[in-house]
Design a protein around this ligand. Sequence first.
Ligand code: FES
Ligand code: FES
Length: 156
Amino acid sequence: MTTWNVRVNGREVSVEAPPMARVLDVLRESLGLTGSKEGCGEGECGSCTVLLDGRPTCACLVPIFQVEGRELCTVEGVAGTELDPLQRVMIEAGGVQCGACTPGIVVSLRALLDRDPRPTRAAVRESIAGNLCRCTGYERILRAVEELVGSEEADA
Ligand code: FES
Ligand code: FES
């Protein structure tokens, strides 16, 4: 076991784990951050997506030693103490059904919206190209983002 120091959702944490422990397991089992989900465990489904230094990353593929001294943001970090507006519109638009994919999609979309507050539909699609959803057909997720962007424009 080695102690690793990582910034998680804005807080410095020290966690003990073998060097090759997957970030997904450390988050879920050692840190109690169970929002990130395991679908495939092979980098194919995106349900484990977290931000590593701001970039969407499959937590099932990254060993803990690679994130020493770096910054992770999980869906819990996106949400904070209240739902992120993106989460609210996804619920309202029916963009959440079984929800297995939802944490990863929220993380990927939040990363997009933070760098591009007015993304095109194509950019939204591209940002979640690595996030598989078996339930929604994606249309409602796309509509949710359009609604959010529209409401932000209306508020501006
Ligand atoms: S669980 Fe990581 S990509 Fe599927
Ligand atoms: S809502 Fe079921 S997989 Fe996306």
